[in-house]
Design a protein around this ligand. Sequence first.
Ligand code: HEC
Length: 104
Amino acid sequence: MMRAIVSVLALVVGVGPSVALEPNEQRGFTFVSTNCSMCHAVGKYGDSPLPIAPPFRTLHERYPIDSLQEALAEGIVTGHPSMPVFVLEVDQVEDVLAYLRTLE
Ligand code: HEC
């Protein structure tokens, strides 16, 4: 029953941010859609295209979103060869973190 409701909701609002985003959150969403969405689920719903890549909405369950700041600025090295190393500009880090907070 819950499942049915959830999938109907997902249909209505579509995948991705369902509420109006602030400009910085929108920029963050655009960035992760372009650079991360081929492997990670970046919205509120859906599975990651690459199953071993954690959906972004689950990241805050693993650690505080703010702790990603340094990792994003210095380049995420997960030790997993399939994930490229990204080094983001300070502004981009802020935007991505702002967007990730909307998923909490
Ligand atoms: C080519 C596929 C791919 C792309 C593109 C990709 N990732 Fe990943 N990412 C992965 C995989 C696979 C893992 C899981 C690695 C592991 O568990 O060892 C992962 C894990 C992560 C983690 C969790 C790291 C941890 O230690 O738990 C974060 C955060 C992350 N990615 C952020 C990003 C961001 C931000 C982008 C875009 C800028 C991105 N990823 C793009 C494949 C990708």
